[in-house]
Design a protein around this ligand. Structure first.
Ligand code: CA
Ligand code: CA
Length: 240
C-alpha cells in the first residue's frame, strides 16, 4: 500500500517536472542572439546593455497570456523589424477566436498604439513617430486574459506556443526592462523564411506597457505537489 502510494507520488513528481522544464525553457537563437541583441541595444527606447536576450528571458510558461493593468490600457511601440516579411507583417491581440489587429505591414518602426478596453470594446489607436493619428481599429471584446499574435502574410504565430505548428515557441518576452511595467516581445516568423532553421527572433519586436503576464498556477501547483512528494520520499528513506 505504502509502496503504491510512493509510486503514484513519484509519477506526479515526474509529470510536474516535465511541465516546468518544458514550459520554462529558453528559446535557442540560431545566431546566438546577436540579431535581437543588436536591435535592442541600438534602439533609444531600450538602450545598450539594458537587456540580455539570453539570460533575461521571461520563459514560455509566463509569456503565453497577458492582462491589462489597472487602467485597462496599454501602449505599444514597434522597436524594429528585421524580416523580409516586414512589409506584410500584422501584429495584434487575440483572446479565443477574437482578435484585434494593432500594427500592419506599412507601419514604421517607432509607431505607437494605445489600446483601451472599455464598455465591452477593445480599441487600438495608432500614431506615427511624430504623434500624428493614423487609424483606429475596434472590436467587441470579452476582456482578459489575451495573447499576442504575428501574421506574416501566410502563417500566424501565437504567444501561446501550443497554438503554433509543432508547438513552436514563436515569441520570447522580457519583463521590467528598461522600466517596471514595460515588457519587450520578440517574434520569430521563420516558417516563411527558412522553415524553423532561422530562429533569430528579431523579425518583429515591440515594447508593451501596462500589460502583465498571467502566471501559471497549474504549473506551480504541480511543482509544489512534486516538492511535497520528494520530501515525503526522503523521510521514508531516512527512517529505513
Ligand atoms: Ca514564448
Ligand atoms: Ca527570423
Amino acid at each position: 500500500m505504502m509502496s503504491k502510494l510512493n509510486n503514484n507520488l513519484m509519477a506526479v513528481i515526474a509529470a510536474g517536472m516535465l511541465t516546468v522544464s518544458g514550459a520554462s525553457g529558453a528559446v535557442t537563437f540560431s545566431d546566438g542572439g546577436a540579431g535581437l541583441q543588436g536591435l535592442l541595444d541600438g534602439n533609444p527606447n531600450v538602450g545598450a546593455g539594458t537587456v540580455d536576450v539570453i539570460n533575461d528571458q521571461m520563459g514560455d510558461a509566463i509569456d503565453s497570456y497577458w492582462n491589462f493593468g489597472g487602467t485597462g490600457g496599454s501602449i505599444q511601440v514597434i522597436l524594429g523589424e528585421n524580416s523580409p516579411n516586414a512589409g506584410v507583417n500584422s501584429f495584434g491581440i487575440f483572446s479565443g477566436s477574437d482578435s484585434l489587429e494593432v500594427f500592419i505591414g506599412s507601419d514604421a518602426a517607432d509607431y505607437k498604439a494605445f489600446v483601451n478596453y472599455a464598455g465591452g470594446s477593445l480599441t487600438a489607436n495608432v500614431f506615427d513617430g511624430g504623434g500624428t493619428f493614423v487609424r483606429s481599429n475596434s472590436i467587441a471584446w470579452l476582456g482578459n486574459p489575451f495573447g499576442f499574435y504575428l501574421n506574416n502574410g501566410s502563417d500566424t504565430f501565437y504567444s501561446d506556443s501550443t497554438l503554433n505548428a509543432g508547438g513552436f515557441d514563436a515569441m520570447v518576452a522580457y519583463q521590467d526592462v528598461p522600466m517596471p511595467g514595460e515588457s519587450i516581445l520578440a517574434f520569430e516568423d521563420g516558417i516563411a523564411e527558412n522553415g524553423f532553421t532561422n530562429t533569430d527572433y528579431d523579425d518583429f519586436v515591440v515594447m508593451v506597457e501596462s500589460v502583465y503576464p498571467v502566471s501559471a498556477p497549474a504549473t506551480l501547483a504541480l511543482l509544489g505537489l512534486g516538492l511535497i512528494g520528494l520530501g515525503y520520499r526522503a523521510r521514508r528513506k531516512a527512517a529505513v
